[in-house]
Design a binder for this molecule. Structure first.
Ligand SMILES: C[S@@+](CC[C@H](N)C(=O)[O-])C[C@H]1O[C@@H](n2cnc3c(N)ncnc32)[C@H](O)[C@@H]1O
Ligand SMILES: [Zn+2]
Length: 375
């Protein structure tokens, strides 16, 4: 394997030389023998900051590839005592060993199926960063985390979660998946719902504390508490979201049913079961924002991370999914009004990081429509 040295955050690591794996002058990270994707730098940057607030001591980077993630956690977060690296691929394991030596990381490296490893060890933070769906690793990740610890998952299979294929959503996440105007938020709610159900099997409660969408993936951090009652309480907040494709009217219910819009009689579209509660712990979000400004201005994509966290901070107080202004305006056969005008008309509303033409508010759809009409 031809390698080059790159720097990301405080880590300097060896990765496959993209030039050696180009096809027709193009390169995709999945074509190299070991995966390293610079497009995931924001995911790793923000994870470093979130973990610096959560303060785990023992970390499992269950799908490590080059090892960049675990190495950065060790070097950039105070108090991390040990990182366990793992990858099923032998080339990856060879590279992880080189990279942890280069970065003087206190770690252990395994060459196992992640699910097997996660049934053998315990830690207070488990990171699941797979190709595509994290669903096959959820049960074992919740098994490996100690009570009071944390699990973070990445999902790059947005097409399943936002219902490009309803069959794949059903297979991987047990979701009835129809496209609603706010599907991009429903995707992360569906993913969280699935995680909560997997943790509940083990009588654990997986509480989402920081969730975001970026570019082509979702990332969710969970605090994991023990106890059947706590798990039951989370399960009681799983809901089905309904939206009328004709007039935009919405409902939510704990039941799956085929219902007609009470405003215009059209059959409503449905998505669920999905998490109906908060996507963030607001104290954690403000701690992350403060930490970012005080300790992490060196991050490779600091400006992007700051912008994302600021938007998340503003929208975190609104628990119902965003309203998509272009969708609602086209129902009214109106041009899309300036977003700022709708936000000030509602007085209790914000931007959302999920969608450039979306707004978050605690007001109902009729009030939003009213503000679109007069702007
Ligand atoms: C998306 S990459 C990980 C990227 C890495 N976390 C990072 O931040 O750069 C997924 C990795 O999982 C490994 N993998 C796939 N299936 C696995 C399994 N069942 N158990 C362990 N590793 C697996 C692949 O070899 C690949 O290196
Ligand atoms: Zn309707």
């Amino acid at each position: 394997m031809k390698l080059i040295k790159i720097k990301e955050g405080k880590a300097e690591i060896l990765v496959p030389d993209p030039k050696s794996y180009e096809i027709d002058g193009k390169f995709d990270p999945s074509w190299a023998p070991v995966f390293y994707n610079p497009k995931m730098t924001l995911n790793r940057d923000l994870s470093v900051v979130v973990l610096s607030v959560l303060k785990p001591k023992k970390i499992v980077d269950a799908l490590s590839a080059s090892g960049i993630r675990g190495i950065r956690y060790f070097k950039e977060i105070e108090g991390v005592e040990k990182v366990i690296f793992n990858d099923l691929d032998k080339n990856a394991v060879e590279l992880i060993n080189k990279n942890i030596e280069l970065n003087k990381v206190k770690g252990e490296v395994f060459n196992k199926d992640a699910n097997a490893l996660l049934h053998e060890i315990k830690a207070d933070f488990i990171d699941i960063d797979p190709f595509g769906s994290p669903a096959p690793f959820l049960l074992s990740a919740f098994n490996a985390v100690v009570r009071g610890g944390y699990v973070a998952i990445t999902s790059t299979d947005l097409s399943a979660l936002v219902c490009s294929s309803k069959y794949s959503a059903r297979r991987k996440y047990d979701i009835y998946c129809e496209r609603l105007s706010f599907s991009r938020e429903l995707g992360v709610r569906g993913l969280i719902g699935k995680a909560i159900r997997e943790a509940a099997i083990l009588e654990k409660a997986a509480i989402p504390i920081f969730s975001f969408y970026y570019d082509y993936y979702y990332r969710v951090f969970f605090k994991v508490e023990g106890g059947a009652k706590r798990a039951d309480n989370l399960l009681s907040k799983l809901v089905y979201y309904y939206e009328c494709p004709n007039c935009g009217y919405r409902e939510r219910s704990e039941y799956y049913e085929r219902i007609k819009c009470t405003k215009c009689g059209t059959l409503m579209r449905v998505y669920g079961p999905a998490w109906g509660g908060e996507l963030y712990n607001t104290d954690l979000v403000s701690d992350v924002k403060n930490k970012l400004q005080s300790n992490f201005t060196y991050l490779p994509v600091y400006n992007h991370v700051t912008r994302l966290v600021s938007t998340v901070e503003n929208e975190a107080m609104y628990t119902q999914p965003y309203y998509k202004l272009d969708f609602l305006s086209s129902r009214l056969k109106k041009n899309v009004p300036a977003k700022n005008k709708v936000i000030s008309c509602l007085s209790d509303a914000s931007n959302t990081h999920f969608d450039n033409v979306g707004i978050k508010t605690s007001k109902n759809v009729e009030e939003v429509i009213q503000c679109i009409k007069i702007n």
